[in-house]
Design a binder for this molecule. Structure first.
Ligand code: IMP
Length: 196
């Protein structure tokens, strides 16, 4: 069975492929779908659903789409669903803006969560959702060079390292996306059918 992973990010496609045998996982580039869906909803669930449904309808394939973001407790969940658009410019500019907004927040109250929602949509418009979360604290200055987005200021307390100081394998085990994939895996196995 063919499964479309509605992304142009080869890393995300690889993550799904690694999970389930018996599914021929392809990306938007593989099916040459000219699909740009604007993230107009105000929840991760809404945007993941929107992207999965649009791609499934356009291609006639079962489709997985994701949406994710950083939710800071003391800011009432900001930047949240708007994480990618929180400030103009680069990831470094958005980190600067976040640290400025959090200057007044003392140690011990700087908790945050990375959250990811995956939506699995059928070509007929049926949707199932899977959630993943990773909790940590926000540092006052960036540390580490790997990863992307807010990784350099997100400390994983049990490891004493930021997400940007983890290897790809380590982040791939504990990240919000990995945990959402854990939750989605049984649904993907169902789709792939009995193991041969
Ligand atoms: P999207 O789900 O790919 O649209 O990502 C939304 C935004 O959330 C990204 O642009 C990042 O700013 C942030 N984000 C999501 N996942 C991560 C992560 O694993 N590390 C750092 N930032 C992330």
């Amino acid at each position: 069975m063919r499964l479309l992973v509605a992304t142009r990010n080869p890393g995300k496609l690889r993550e799904v492929r690694a999970r389930v045998q018996g599914l021929d996982a392809v990306s938007l580039d593989d099916v040459q779908a000219m699909l740009e869906v604007e993230e107009t909803e105000d929840t991760l669930e809404g945007n993941a659903r929107l992207k999965a449904l649009a791609a499934a309808r356009a291609t006639g394939l079962w489709t997985v789409a994701d949406d994710s973001g950083l939710f800071v407790d003391a800011l009432g969940g900001v930047p949240g669903v708007r994480s990618a658009r929180y400030a103009p410019g680069s990831d470094a500019d958005r980190i600067r803006e976040l640290l400025r907004a959090m200057e007044w927040i003392p140690e011990g109250a700087r908790w945050a969560a990375f959250r990811c929602v995956l939506a699995l949509a059928s070509p007929e418009g049926e949707v199932r959702l899977a959630h993943g979360e990773c909790r940590g604290t926000i540092l006052r200055a960036p540390r580490g060079t790997d990863g992307f987005g807010y990784d350099p200021v997100f400390l994983v307390p049990e490891l004493g390292r930021t997400m940007a100081e983890l290897s790809l394998e380590e982040k791939g085990r504990l990240s919000h996306r990995a945990r959402a994939l854990d939750a989605l895996e049984p649904l993907l196995r169902e789709l792939a059918g009995p193991a041969r």
